[in-house]
Design a protein around this ligand. Structure first.
Ligand code: HEM
Length: 142
């Protein structure tokens, strides 16, 4: 019985990995940086709610550093290889454009001096993330 159970678990694990989008999906350095960005956004929204502007600005600066790091990594949807073809280089340039938009919005957040400016910058950040994910984020479950 134990053996049957074990082989059932093993085959389920195998099936799961056989259907995963990519063995590195969610495990890349870029995914790690994005995870940190998500934590920063959560902290920023909390700080905005409690009107802790000092905290908000300090986390926004951390977020900015993560975004600048994200600019250097090629999304898995483009390639998992070091050497990029001409077409992949074009896609990577598009990705970098999306990251530059995000950087602009986060910079606006760090420079905001009132609630309306902060709200507008947060809206732009959300927009950039949505657009960037639609174009470049792999769905790990597919
Ligand atoms: C503050 C804004 C953003 C947040 C909070 C965010 C958050 C995330 C999170 C939580 C993941 C999943 C990580 C995992 O699987 O563990 C992810 C993945 C990803 N995001 Fe973002 N993201 C943001 C903006 C963007 C933008 C603007 C782009 C593109 C221009 C982008 C491109 C990607 C890509 C390509 C992945 C998959 C990583 C890979 O290919 O290995 N993200 N993001």
């Amino acid at each position: 019985m134990k053996k049957i159970l074990l082989s059932a678990i093993l085959s389920l694990t195998f099936i799961n990995s056989a259907f995963a989008a990519h063995p590195q999906c969610g495990e890349t350095e870029l995914a790690n940086i994005m995870g940190n960005m998500k934590d920063s956004m959560k902290a920023i929204k909390g700080a905005a709610k409690s009107n802790d502007i000092e905290k908000l600005n300090s986390v926004a600066n951390q977020l900015l550093a993560s975004v600048q790091k994200a600019d250097q990594y090629v999304p898995l949807t483009i390639t998992d290889q070091k050497q990029l073809t001409a077409e992949q280089q074009q896609k990577f340039a598009d990705y970098k454009n999306g990251i530059a938009k995000l950087e602009q919005a986060v910079t606006a957040l760090t420079a905001a001096t009132n609630a309306a400016e902060r709200k507008a910058a947060l809206g732009q950040i959300g927009k950039a993330a949505k657009k960037g994910h639609k174009a470049f984020k792999m769905d790990c479950d597919e």
